[in-house]
Design a protein around this ligand. Structure first.
Ligand SMILES: Nc1ncnc2c1ncn2[C@@H]1O[C@H](COP(=O)(O)OP(=O)(O)OP(=O)(O)O)[C@@H](O)[C@H]1O
Ligand SMILES: [Mg+2]
Length: 612
């Protein structure tokens, strides 16, 4: 708990650069704020007593000041003498008091603002730092880490938990400095007016504080549930909006409307119960505050009667006392927030501390390029422990050759291809580049020589050029155009409204299927990789588009070492060697002709394709 807290605080760097100014501003705010309330005494006296209730003696230099009413009067006399000389006029005195009050208030609020801004800057910078750290850590995790159920969890940690944590860190400053300083300020004023009355209040105050704290506490629980329901609502909305075509196609509009309404109604109920406590909080604490004041009033009245406290002093005391509940309440509040923040912090750290399971070795080698061959030797692999997906596969790909993997859906072709760039580590067996295990190379150096064109085209909400540039960010515009021409994409890009600067929408939503494929081919061409892993898309394209993609692929494969998961006959024909994968095993291998003659699974698959 404490460890998490200090680790979170570690993100608030450099803490001293914020904490010291914050302390100064908060202290000045407390001082001026206290004087604000102290001003009540001379003002009341000046207004309601004939002689101004003020024993005026001209003072030109400030003597040693005590913190009590007399000391305060000395300061006021000094200011009066400075402005109006030695002659005391009640109206002039009142005007001066007004002026001083305005000045006090001005400074009090100025420093309050400065303190708040210091905290905000710290808060924003800290959040920024935490989010960056989380995202870069996550982005560096191994591919296997990103299972579907984890995606939502990661997103909620980066967005929501960080929001909760931000109060934890910065409220620390408020708990440590602002509220205590304000409480000290008010206390000083109160003790300065009457210690008996203050003693009474100090005993009485914790009771009030406790009661207010309980009201505040009741608020927290539904607030958290409300947030969770809100997240549900957002996810339903997001799902529905992005799947609108399917929803309409299945006439499922009412289904999703009902689903939405149900969550919405649930949330509304929660918000009403939240509002009940929330709206109760202010009236309740005011009521409790006034009750407290009334009790003080009775006790204080008796002191005034005995002449132990002046009337004006008493009123100032009550004013300060009614104010002190505010920092007190906030003090209690912030502590609760810190607790909540630490809980969120723990969730954040599970993300930051997650271990990358596919790590480079200490002495990992730089991959300089393929000299001889890539080899999969007795490879076995499973995603989860129980089910073997790849079961003893041997494949050899000579430099410059194209190897095709074919087979029924779910056989393990994509999985197999992802073992080559070491997206996952094999359970047993080896993946070798020139006879050296992938585990002995630096992952980055391997992937630098490879392009991976996956089954689902992966595009980002960016311009066309931005998406292609991912292949090689340092490429020039001309090179991008060149790559697009090879990928048969230049034509449609030029027809787009803003050419290469056209935004393609979320995941390339504004493009057709074939266009998306050609963009990802252009990206691979731009990278100009030595080794190519191509997982052909299974989606059927119309003949026109098919032809364009086909040609683009042929261009892409030229002169490279490639592993192609092929669904198109033409790609298969051109391969040097074909492996038929079924249920994680190689069931047949050979050239197109050899396999056809064999009349096995391959011949069967080809026959089915020819019919369609
Ligand atoms: N990330 C994953 N976690 C768990 N199981 C997975 C994962 N990805 C794939 N699988 C399972 O592994 C098996 C092989 O999947 P793979 O994607 O390699 O098949 P494929 O041969 O490429 O099929 P297709 O021709 O349809 O693309 C399937 O049974 C699939 O359910
Ligand atoms: Mg696949």
């Amino acid at each position: 708990m404490l460890k998490t807290y200090f680790r979170l605080l570690g993100f608030a760097k450099p803490l001293s650069r914020y904490a010291i100014p914050y302390f100064i501003f908060a202290a000045l705010h407390a001082v001026f704020n206290t004087f604000n309330y102290a001003m009540i005494i001379p003002i009341l006296n000046a207004m309601f007593t004939a002689d101004g209730g003020f024993i005026f003696t001209p003072i030109y230099t400030l003597p040693h000041i005590e913190i009590n009413e007399a000391g305060f009067n000395t300061i006021l006399s000094y200011i009066y003498t400075m402005f109006f000389g030695e002659e005391f006029v009640q109206m002039k005195f009142l005007a001066m008091l007004g002026g001083v009050t305005i000045a006090m208030n001005f400074f009090s609020n100025l420093f309050r603002y400065a303190a708040a801004m210091t905290v905000e800057c710290l808060r924003v910078n800290t959040m920024c730092r935490i989010r960056n750290e989380m995202f870069s850590h996550v982005a560096n995790m191994n591919v296997g880490y990103f299972s579907n159920q984890r995606k939502g969890d990661i997103m909620s940690k980066i967005t929501q938990d960080v929001t909760v944590v931000r109060y934890c860190i910065t409220n620390t400053l408020q708990v440590a400095f602002r509220d205590p300083l304000l409480i000290i300020g008010y206390m000083t004023l109160m003790i300065g007016i009457s210690w008996q009355l203050s003693l009474f209040a100090i005993i009485f105050l914790p009771i009030v504080g406790l009661l207010i704290g309980r009201v505040v506490k009741r608020l927290r629980h539904p607030a958290k549930r409300g947030q969770e329901r809100m997240a549900d609502l957002v996810s339903v909305t997001e799902e529905s909006l992005s799947g609108m075509k399917i929803v309409k196609g299945y006439n499922a509009t009412n289904f999703i409307i009902d689903k939405f309404k149900k969550i919405n109604a649930d949330m509304s109920r929660l918000f009403i119960s939240m509002a009940r406590s929330q709206q109760l909080a202010s009236p309740m604490s005011e009521f409790l505050g006034i009750t407290a004041v009334a009790v003080i009033l009775v006790f204080g009245g008796s002191l005034v009667e005995k002449g132990l406290v002046s009337g004006a002093g008493f009123i100032a005391f009550v004013a300060a006392f009614s104010q002190i509940t505010r920092p007190l309440r906030s003090f209690i509040d912030q502590f609760a927030n810190i607790n909540q923040g630490v809980a969120a912090g723990e969730r954040i750290f599970t993300l930051i501390d997650a271990e990358n399971e596919v790590k480079d070795k200490e002495d990992a080698k730089e991959f300089e390029g393929l000299k001889d061959s890539i080899e999969l030797r007795n490879v076995e692999f499973s995603y989860e422990d129980d089910r073997k997906i790849i079961n003893g596969v041997n494949i050899k790909i000579k430099r410059g050759q194209t190897v095709a993997l074919v087979g029924p859906s779910g056989g393990g072709k994509s999985t197999l291809s992802e073992l080559i760039p070491r997206f996952y580590d094999v359970d047993s067996g080896e993946v070798l580049f020139d006879g050296i295990s992938v585990k002995d190379y630096k992952q980055e150096s391997l992937r630098a020589k490879m392009s991976i064109v996956s089954q689902e085209t992966v595009l980002f909400n960016d311009s066309i050029e931005g998406n292609i540039l991912m292949g090689r960010p340092t490429a020039t515009h001309d090179e991008v155009v060149e790559a697009s021409k090879i990928a048969n994409a230049h034509g449609f890009i030029m027809e787009s409204p803003e050419g290469y600067d056209t935004n393609i929408g979320d995941r390339g939503a504004k493009l057709s299927g074939g266009q998306r494929q050609r963009l990802s081919i252009a990206r691979a061409v731009l990278k100009n990789p030595e080794i190519l892993i191509l997982d052909e898309a299974t989606s059927a394209l119309d003949t026109e588009s098919e032809k364009l993609v086909q040609d683009a692929l042929t261009n892409l494969l030229k002169g490279r070492t490639s592993v192609v998961i092929a669904h198109r006959l033409s790609t298969i024909y051109n391969a040097d060697r074909i492996y038929v994968i079924d249920e994680g095993r190689i069931v047949e291998e050979g050239t197109h002709k050899e396999l056809l003659d064999k009349g096995g699974l391959y011949a069967h698959l080809i026959e089915m394709q020819s019919f369609s």
